[in-house]
Design a protein around this ligand. Structure first.
Ligand SMILES: [Zn+2]
Length: 481
């Protein structure tokens, strides 16, 4: 996630953590053997197409399964399974002493579609060029899958015995599709993934601006994702004889009302402290607006001015926006059908059904039906009632070592807990009672975020740093000998 406000906030624990930083190792590049291993895994994952349309998550899971078997992990500690033969998930258990409850690491193996003609290079070829690794999934999130696999294999080879089991789950259908792997595992193999807490490197990370690290973000709160289909039908007729009751105008009017609507302003236990801190750091007028926004009652004009920033707007509000349109059947016919997709990102504490009712109220047009579209694309008359979960508390046993190691790797960079504008697989683990931290040790220029986009790429230096970070971090949080 890239979030301007996150970039400006310092945590109060930073001073304390840097005093303790002596025990955290500074960054040194991984040795040649580790680089070889990490590169081979990364290349292999990128070159296995795992898109929903034509790819196979199973192929990626099996390739990683083989690596664990070859490394001597017992077959009984490796599980491969899923709802169908293209969507099999891999779960590997690295046995510890059992002094503490397990830690779970989750990573999705599927990637967003990528078309050869849109890209400069073949998206399913791993290309090393100008200090970057190119390929679909190099930012989201095969780099982190490869890092986690590398970390497990490397520690295992060294004979590292953690003080708790470590579980790695590589899964299907985070980006779309009907077979979300984390959801499936929690429902079908809950004992395999039961853990005290979890890491999901599908969010968070180190933000760089002009090469300088400005913040290390841990996503401890997420918005809920929801799609809604607006649909209206009409008898239609000849376009030479227009009538006011027109399917396209109904949808266009509804979307205009949505454009002019803002969901209520709301802060929570993560976002309020951010803005409080920001108010001490921003330029005078912005700081004044933030104080006015934080006051009781909040100042509406100040909220309106601050909401001009898309990031701040998204932090303060549930957002809904038109993303697709489909209407009409001929140039010379009145439309018999018009539909639109509206995509919403819902603040914690609210449900998808609640927002569906809000939308119906905003559109205020009985000729338009507003249905919920689930992750698999199925349309439903109603939406789920489950509310977005409250922010996850940052446990000291997770946060303190993280702050120490960040201080050693990126000196002076604050660790910032924030709310993701999107949602990840952590919604499933959090809902199952496994507090999940979205943290990635990947550093990335805020201007070079290419996840889901063309020519997705990762700086080689960022990859090596991530490889080394997780190795050091796991040793800190899993104790052992
Ligand atoms: Zn992702």
């Amino acid at each position: 996630m890239v979030n301007r406000f996150a970039a400006l906030v310092a945590t109060s624990t930073l001073a304390a953590s840097s005093m303790l930083a002596q025990s955290a190792p500074a960054y040194t590049a991984p040795d040649a053997a580790t680089k070889d291993l990490a590169l081979g895994i990364f290349r292999q994952l990128i070159e296995i197409n795992t898109t929903d349309s034509v790819g196979s998550v199973t192929a990626a899971s099996k390739a990683m399964q083989q690596r664990f078997l070859d490394a001597g992990f017992p077959a009984s500690d490796i599980y491969l399974g899923g709802p169908n033969d293209r969507k099999e998930n891999l779960v590997v258990r690295y046995r510890g002493t059992g002094a503490h409850a397990p830690i779970l690491f989750i990573g999705h193996e599927d990637v967003v579609e990528a078309r050869r003609e849109d890209w400069t290079t073949d998206p399913f070829q791993f290309v090393e060029k100008d200090g970057y690794f190119y390929g679909r999934g190099t930012q989201d999130m095969k780099e982190n899958d490869a890092i986690l696999v590398t970390t497990f294999l490397r520690l295992h080879k060294e004979g590292f015995k953690p003080d708790r089991d470590m579980i790695l789950a590589l899964t299907a259908d985070e980006e779309g599709g009907k077979s979300n792997g984390v959801d499936w595992l929690l429902k079908n193999q809950p004992d395999l993934v039961k853990a005290e807490f979890a890491f999901n490197p599908d969010g968070g990370g180190v933000e760089l601006q002009n090469g300088k690290a400005v913040s290390a973000d841990v996503d401890a709160s997420e918005k809920l994702y929801a799609d809604y289909r607006l649909l209206t039908t009409n008898p239609g007729g000849h376009s030479s004889l227009p009538v006011p009751d027109n399917a396209i105008y109904h949808i266009a009017d509804a979307l205009q009302r949505l454009q002019n609507y803002s969901f209520p302003f709301e802060l929570n236990a993560i976002t309020r402290p951010y803005f409080e801190k920001l108010a001490t750091m921003e330029p005078a007028q912005t700081a004044k607006d933030m104080r006015a926004m934080l006051a009781t009652p909040p100042d509406k004009d100040a909220i309106a001015r601050l909401s001009k920033s898309p990031e701040w707007n998204s932090t303060m509000h549930t957002t809904c926006v038109a993303t697709r349109l489909l209407a009409g059947h001929a140039n010379n016919a009145l439309p018999q059908m018009a539909q639109a997709n509206v995509n919403c990102r819902i603040l914690p504490g609210h449900s998808r059904e609640e927002v569906r009712q809000d939308l119906i109220r905003v559109f205020d047009d009985p000729k338009i039906t507003v249905d919920y579209v689930d992750d698999g694309g199925t349309v439903h008359g109603g939406a789920p009632d489950a509310k977005g979960l409250p922010p996850v508390a940052l446990q000291p046993e997770v946060l303190r070592p993280l702050e120490k190691l960040v201080a050693a790797y990126w000196p002076g960079t604050p660790v910032v807990a924030d709310m993701a504008d999107g949602a990840s697989d952590s919604v499933y683990t959090n809902a199952a009672g496994i507090p999940t931290y979205n943290w990635s040790a990947i550093e990335l220029e805020t201007s070079d975020v290419r996840a889901h986009g063309k020519d997705e790429r990762l700086p080689e230096a960022s990859y090596w740093k991530g490889v080394q970070f997780w190795y050091d971090y796991v040793k800190m949080i899993a104790g052992g000998s």
